[in-house]
Design a protein around this ligand. Structure first.
Ligand SMILES: Cc1cc2nc3c(=O)[nH]c(=O)nc-3n(C[C@H](O)[C@H](O)[C@H](O)COP(=O)(O)O)c2cc1C
Length: 180
């Protein structure tokens, strides 16, 4: 019987395809970059110091219990610090936060120097001007290749529906536009 389905043949201009696992990490990054996402700031207070990182791998997981997840690289030096905390803040960044997103991913220097942030009594850290704040407790950690899937349970939230989120797409920051 013939194998069903497309042969990943080019369907338009600018198509890049690879089969049988013959792609490298550069092409895979390019492929993943086609999927637009929001950007979150994933932050908490540790020994009186704000720690955190930008994370675009945020996704919603479950309504009952209320769960979300973030995928963190095994190479991250920030995640082991956040992983010890009882509460973490997830801020869904706004369209004005491109510089904040870059700052919260910087390898060197004070990531929070130019970020307008606040810490809740719980120790969760939030970025001002975000479209959503989620205070979360650790729920489950799952090994997944070169990343860890971090599942978090929402303990409190604040929604700012009038704030437009920033979009991360093909390594760049964009703003939402109505499609029709
Ligand atoms: C827009 C954006 C999204 C990012 N998303 C993730 C992510 O989902 N997971 C991750 O591990 N790192 C992500 N990073 C990289 C981290 O923010 C950070 O640079 C990385 O963890 C290295 O720093 P660290 O060693 O302090 O953790 C992202 C960076 C940017 C700019």
């Amino acid at each position: 019987m013939a194998r069903a389905g497309p042969s990943l043949r080019p369907a338009g201009v600018g198509v890049i395809s690879a089969v049988d696992g013959r792609f490298d990490s550069t092409l895979l990054r390019q492929a993943f970059g086609c999927f637009p996402s929001g950007v979150t700031a994933f932050c908490g207070m540790r020994d009186g110091v704000a720690e955190g990182m930008a994370a675009s791998s945020f996704t919603t997981v479950s309504l009952d219990p209320p769960l979300v997840s973030v995928c963190v690289a095994n190479t991250s030096s920030t995640w082991p610090k956040l992983a010890t905390l009882q509460r973490l803040g997830l801020s869904v960044l706004a369209d004005e936060h491109a510089v904040v997103a870059r700052s919260l991913s910087a390898k060197n220097g004070d990531r929070f120097r130019d970020v307008d942030w606040t810490a809740a009594d719980s120790g969760a850290v939030f970025v001002h001007g975000a479209t959503l704040w989620l205070e979360c407790a650790p729920f489950k950690r799952i090994e997944a290749g070169d990343h860890e899937i971090v599942v978090l349970q929402i303990t409190a939230l604040a929604v700012y529906p009038d704030v437009s989120p920033i979009v991360f797409h093909r390594s760049g920051f964009r703003e939402l536009l109505p499609a029709i």
